[in-house]
Ligand binder design. Structure first.
Ligand code: FMN
Length: 325
């Protein structure tokens, strides 16, 4: 989908899939011959706060996790479900900019920003600080967009955020003069999404974040129930439940994004959560783009990358193919 000078998708590598600056993870090189290959997708970089965050996944100086199998990630390979309590471990925006990897990145990409401050006013202040830092460095070698995350249920903040804060954040980011998007989750009411989409500063949106343990879905079930866990698997490991994504959430995500289109959202949308195969991805693309008429990208997230890595290359190929036709 074209947004101003920026081309996103039709497939994006969701935030967390390829790291903070495209550094990827140690096993990507190993599994690349089998199909764990994001070539042909637009990377959304891993979300960064302004300041470094320790979180639950300690990092090396190259931004990769110290642990080869991070304790903050639990994968049910059979059912295609992932629990993650990464908790926004990250080097912080100044360190990322100091690496100059974003400035030199060879293709268009999406920056993902977030603030874990408990108070809304502090989150807005952090956004102002991030704008100051980014403004000095922009434009980069390649076009960028910014996706602001208002939906992380992993760090003790409300998964559904107030509309005032969302509009105010977009207004602050406007100064950067790049396309701005909003990452929600499927427990955000579609009516809120419609309101957000009407903001002239909002160029794209999607509701595809992983869902916190106690999130209540449209049918009254909790995310933990839908994910198929009796007890949260990450509590014994890192002390928090984290959030869930993967196959069982796909019907909910498809329904949410369809409803959003039916409610009248015609802006570019990123549809994701539970996309596990080329078939899922092509179906999601067709339904949410209304047969190719409305700008849409499909997100490949942690669940496919971790539990079905061999399907990544084929999925990107098939969605790109059905868009070109
Ligand atoms: C290990 C892991 C790390 C993630 N990190 C982020 C992140 O930093 N920012 C964010 O917005 N979403 C993050 N996500 C959520 C993904 O971007 C995406 O929304 C989610 O994985 C989609 O669901 P799926 O896994 O079912 O495809 C993460 C997910 C996982 C599994």
């Amino acid at each position: 989908m074209e947004i101003a000078e920026m081309r996103i998708g039709p497939v994006v590598a969701a935030s967390g899939a390829v790291g903070f600056v495209g550094e990827s993870y140690w096993h990507h090189r190993l599994l690349r011959p089998l199909g764990l290959d994001f070539t042909g997708s637009t990377p959304v970089m891993k979300s960064t706060n302004l300041k470094p965050i320790a979180g639950n996944a300690p990092l090396r100086s190259n931004f990769r996790p110290r642990e080869h199998f991070p304790r903050a990630i639990y994968a049910d390979l059979m059912r295609g479900v992932v629990a993650n309590a990464w908790g926004h471990s990250g080097p912080g925006l100044p360190a990322i900019l100091a690496s100059r990897r974003w400035q030199e990145f060879p293709e268009p990409f999406v920056i993902s920003l977030v603030s874990d401050c408990p108070e809304s006013s502090d989150r807005l202040e952090e956004t102002r600080e991030m704008v100051k830092l980014l403004k000095v460095e922009l434009p980069f070698r390649s076009p960028v967009a910014i996706e602001y995350v208002f939906s992380c249920g992993n760090v003790g903040l409300p998964t559904v955020r107030g509309l005032d804060e969302i509009h105010a954040t977009l207004e602050i980011l406007r100064e950067l003069d790049v396309p701005l998007g909003v990452k929600l989750s499927i427990i955000t009411p579609v009516s809120d999404a419609l309101e957000i989409a009407s903001d002239p500063n909002c160029a794209f949106l999607g509701a595809y974040n992983a869902l916190p343990d106690d999130a209540v879905l449209s049918d009254g079930r909790t995310a933990r129930e839908v994910a198929g866990f009796v007890e949260p698997p990450l509590v014994p490991r890192v002390g928090v439940a984290g959030s869930y994504s993967g196959a069982p959430f796909f019907p909910y995500s498809l329904a949410w994004h369809r409803q959003a289109r039916e409610a009248g959202i015609t802006k570019p949308m990123i549809v994701g959560l539970g996309i596990m195969s080329p078939r899922d991805a092509v179906l999601a693309y067709h339904l949410v783009s209304c047969g190719g008429k409305l700008p849409t990208a499909v997100a490949i997230g942690g669940a496919m990358a971790i539990t079905r890595p061999w399907k990544v290359r084929r999925t990107i190929h098939d969605v790109n193919g059905c868009v070109k036709r």
